[in-house]
Design a protein around this ligand. Sequence first.
Ligand code: GAR
Length: 189
Amino acid sequence: MKKIVLFASGTGTNAENIIVHFNKKNIGTVAAVFCNNPNAKVLDKAKKWNVPTVVFSKEEFSTDKVLQKLNSFQPDLIVLAGFLLKFPQNIIQTYPNKIINIHPALLPKYGGKGMYGMHVHRAIIENKETETGISIHFVNEHYDEGNVIFQKTVTLAGNETPEEIAEKVHQLEHQHFPEVIEKLITHNS
Ligand code: GAR
């Protein structure tokens, strides 16, 4: 059974969707949810499904304390599901090609520092884009710049609110993210 460790900062609809998906399979399991925000709703969701949680501060993140805690779960894949801090070098170097992120736009457009969540969807509207989508990519030392593994597009009518775009993007994420994770852990076995 492959071990997946999730990193999330907020609501955690993706995290919960991944936990539920792998609860039904015998190829992988979510071993832990790491979170930088003690008030994040994702923590309640993880507890509801009896998944261990680890909470750390922004300052602790780049120290060996978090790395050692992560190592203790022996992850086969580390998955950023709505995680908003930049990943530190010590973790990236310990887990080459084993860390992936989901981004709510079609990279390389709308990536980089400050481009997350609703900021992305508002920029899409400002620029009158006719489509948006999701990107799943490997994590390297630069925000949103690692190799893209998977993308899916959704067409926009042009009159959506940022919340409506977020909803369309979430639907794509919930539909495809678990499958992509499943392929990666199966492929690497
Ligand atoms: C998701 O749409 C994810 O793509 C985005 O945050 C949302 C989290 O939703 N991630 C980023 O913007 C990272 N740059 P969730 O907490 O409901 O899963």
